[in-house]
Ligand binder design. Structure first.
Ligand SMILES: NC(=O)c1ccc[n+]([C@@H]2O[C@H](COP(=O)([O-])OP(=O)(O)OC[C@H]3O[C@@H](n4cnc5c(N)ncnc54)[C@H](OP(=O)(O)O)[C@@H]3O)[C@@H](O)[C@H]2O)c1
Length: 221
């Protein structure tokens, strides 16, 4: 099932922490119907969701995963608690990072030369994974947004192996207030992982295109 940008009305978010709730509020502001879930039953987070993301619905993970677009914002070391079955056939944003100081050293990522998103895509083989939203601070997401065409509009990179999913996610980012720059296939996500210049800064579309091209050339992707 391919998803056209304009056909996204529901956004499901897995994770009600710093990133998940910031994405939820920004998506509500952009006019989406937002469903948010954790690993706990919906009733256990409904009060928190009402207070922190007013307008979003607290749901179980299955209902969040049934949305037009799903954002995964859980601590990366918990990725095996995600359900490959629920996410099969879905367009999924991977906003997660491997961040050893927070996550601790995780063998799955320490001992595998692939990017974290390639490992997640393997774990979720039926999902159309797009890596993005990992390189903007949760607090910046609600501060740096600008209408399309405004000077200095911030851009976010995306990477994925499914062009239709990337087009849908680019449309979503645009409505959230950001230009989207396609870095290439999922392996190109290496260019905006933690520790990279792209990860550490805020860039316009033109700046980001140049940085991504240089970074991809450097790492040979
Ligand atoms: N902090 C930033 O500025 C930032 C920016 C971009 C990306 N990131 C990345 O985004 C990810 C999330 O970071 P965060 O700071 O938002 O984490 P966080 O504040 O610790 O929140 C994580 C959330 O995930 C939920 N969760 C855990 N397992 C789940 C599952 N299987 N299904 C649904 N929800 C689940 C947790 O709830 P329960 O445990 O109660 O279920 C919690 O609500 C990390 O990989 C981080 O590197 C962070």
């Amino acid at each position: 099932m391919s998803v056209q940008p304009e056909s996204i009305t529901t956004v499901g978010i897995l994770g009600a922490g710093r990133v998940g709730t910031a994405v939820a509020r920004q998506a509500l502001k952009a006019g989406y119907e937002v469903r948010i879930a954790t690993a706990k039953p919906a009733q256990e987070i409904s009060l928190l969701v009402d207070i922190i993301t007013p307008g979003a619905a607290a749901v179980d993970a299955a209902e969040a995963a049934a949305s037009d677009l799903v954002v995964v914002a859980v601590p990366l070391h918990k990725y095996r608690t995600l359900s490959p079955q629920l996410l099969a056939g879905r367009t999924v944003i991977d906003a997660m990072n491997y961040w050893a100081p927070t996550d601790g050293e995780v063998d799955d990522f320490e001992n595998d030369p692939r990017t974290s998103s390639e490992i997640i895509q393997d774990f979720l083989p039926g999902a159309r994974l797009v890596k993005t939203l990992n390189h903007i601070g949760y607090h910046e997401l609600e501060e740096d947004d600008k209408a399309p065409g405004r000077p200095g509009r911030r851009a976010l990179a995306l990477a994925g192996d499914h062009d239709d999913a990337k087009a849908a996610v680019a449309g979503f980012l645009n409505r959230l207030g950001y230009d989207a720059v396609d870095a290439g296939s999922l392996v190109a996500g290496r260019a905006f992982q933690p520790g990279t210049e792209v990860f550490n800064g805020s860039h316009t579309s033109h700046q980001l295109q140049n940085l991504l091209a240089a970074a991809c050339a450097r790492v040979g992707v």
